[in-house]
Ligand binder design. Sequence first.
Ligand code: PRP
Ligand code: URA
Length: 209
Amino acid sequence: MKSVTVVDHPLVQHKLTIMRDKETSTAGFRRLLREISLLLGYEVTRNLELTTKTIETPLQTMEAPTLEGKKLVFASVLRAGNGLLEGLLDLVPAARVAHVGLYRDHDTLQAVEYFFKAPSDLGDRLVIVVDPMLATANSAIAAIDMLKGRGATNLRFLCLLAAPEGIERFTAAHPDVPVFTASIDERLNEKGYIVPGLGDAGDRMYGTK
Ligand code: PRP
Ligand code: URA
């Protein structure tokens, strides 16, 4: 079952425009990514399961809603995933965190693994994988492969920008993983960059090049 949600909230779209602008500073880019992650986080967690528990308000006893099940996991695809992770942890402070270290080889565009650390009981938890960019989808597919290989069965993928080609490849490889994004851009260019895009997300976040 293929599912792609474009979060078209006006604040998301406004902030995204400033992030795309090449004149936006490193500090501004990082701050905006954190702000947007709060709004995207609202959407990606919208249908989390609730149960109830008995509490005492100052006035009476009530059955009050509370999140059901084990704490969820945010899996950040390094480096740029950390820009989304920070805001998501503000929203869900008790979440567990996985780090998936992958970089994209500039010539082959293949994802190269360099680090993996995750909670051991991934199979019992919802895992929300975060990376701002879904370009060829090689990185996202590899990250989900690794997490599934460690037992994850209930996953969602959250990004900021996606290329149509990346959406196609990702949903073909992992049709069970819903995708949330702020925009599906026009296409990939000959170097595998999303256009119009915003450039290299990791470089813009950290001021590297
Ligand atoms: C970027 C981005 C994704 C990947 C997307 O990371 O953050 O992980 O490229 O491209 P793909 O869909 O074609 O795989 P990069 O490899 O540049 O690493 P970085 O986050 O460390 O900058
Ligand atoms: N990774 C990025 O950071 N940007 C792109 O446009 C494609 C891959």
